[in-house]
Ligand binder design. Structure first.
Ligand SMILES: [Zn+2]
Length: 73
């Protein structure tokens, strides 16, 4: 089975717990699985990509994910 789902980590602004957010949802409303709060998905200052467009940020995340996959292989 093959999946193309790529996630990034985000900390919930309400309960502070970690969420896994699909990169497709970057910039959209997402719901925290722990407390149910909705907030906009963001890669939140952990990266310096805030000047980039959503598309560019998704590309960067995909690249980062591929590098991780290679390292784990
Ligand atoms: Zn929460």
């Amino acid at each position: 089975m093959r999946t193309n789902r790529i996630y990034f980590r985000q900390t919930c602004a309400v309960c502070g717990r970690g969420m896994r957010v699909q990169i497709e949802l970057l910039g959209r409303e997402v719901r925290c699985a722990h407390c149910g709060a909705t907030q906009s998905a963001t890669d939140g200052g952990q990266t310096a990509w805030t000047d980039l467009s959503i598309d560019e940020r998704i590309e960067n995340l995909e690249r980062q994910d591929q590098q991780l996959a290679v390292r784990q292989a």
